[in-house]
Design a protein around this ligand. Structure first.
Ligand SMILES: [Zn+2]
Ligand SMILES: [Zn+2]
Length: 240
């Protein structure tokens, strides 16, 4: 009886790990990973970058809270820290005070260790004080996101395994490296080092790709440094 129960439980767990709740095919898993990482990209570019750091668009509180929750579960980044570091990057661009300029720190350092540069700058109290103003400081920010910075990532891991089974671990790993690679490495590194320029901005910013789809328009980084508060990155758009 006991052996039967253990055997049944064992095979049930194994079947669950094989399929998860959704029981998707391989291609559906790839698609799911792309959708999940794109939600993270949207959270960074719409909420952190354009809404919070540059105030270039307003957001209803519902999507704003969703983006905060999603960022807590997929990146562990705090709004105030991201915003402060990014505003300082614009203010001190390509100088030794720029938190992540490949012109002063070397492209290899920013590309491969961009996430470390970001993490180090979060401990710079002066940066937080000077550039982190007007960011969320409500109960959920203080008592959940700031108090439990890594628990959201654990929650995402549990959700991924529940939905996708054991392959959810790989999908979670892709989610975890997405922002360190695309934002801290590619945009902050390549976007100030290699590519083409539409505008002669005083910094070394470049556009990486003529299409703004892959990483939410952030690949048009030279356009952005030229018009930081513009929600419209189109190079042909004339400002009145
Ligand atoms: Zn930049
Ligand atoms: Zn910016």
């Amino acid at each position: 009886m006991t052996i039967n129960f253990i055997e049944t439980a064992f095979w049930s767990v194994l079947t669950f790990l094989n399929h998860g709740l959704l029981n998707l095919s391989t291609w559906q898993h790839v698609l799911a990973a792309l959708v999940l990482t794109h939600i993270t990209i949207a959270s960074v570019t719409i909420y952190l970058h354009r809404h919070q750091a540059h105030r270039s668009l307003d957001l209803h509180w519902v999507p704003a809270h969703f983006f905060r929750l999603w960022l807590w579960m997929t990146t562990g980044m705090l709004t105030k820290e991201w915003v402060a570091i990014h505003r300082k990057h614009h203010a001190k661009c390509e100088t030794p005070d720029d938190p992540h300029s490949p012109q002063t720190r070397g492209i290899k350092t920013v590309f491969w260790r961009g996430a470390e540069l970001y993490a180090a700058e979060t401990h710079n109290e002066e940066t937080m004080q000077r550039y982190g103003h007007n960011t969320p400081n409500d109960w959920v920010e203080r008592c959940v996101y700031t108090a439990y910075p890594w628990q959201g990532l654990g929650l995402m891991l549990i959700i991924d395994i529940a939905l996708f089974g054991a392959i959810g671990l790989s999908i979670w790993a892709v989610q975890m490296i997405w922002i360190p690679v695309t934002a801290a490495g590619v945009i902050n590194g390549i976007g100030h080092y290699w590519g083409y320029r539409n505008f002669e901005s005083p910094d070394a910013s470049t556009n990486i790709s003529p299409w703004g789809l892959l990483i939410g328009g952030e690949e048009l980084h030279n356009n952005h440094h030229t018009y930081p508060t513009s929600g419209e990155y189109c190079p042909y758009r004339q400002r009145s």
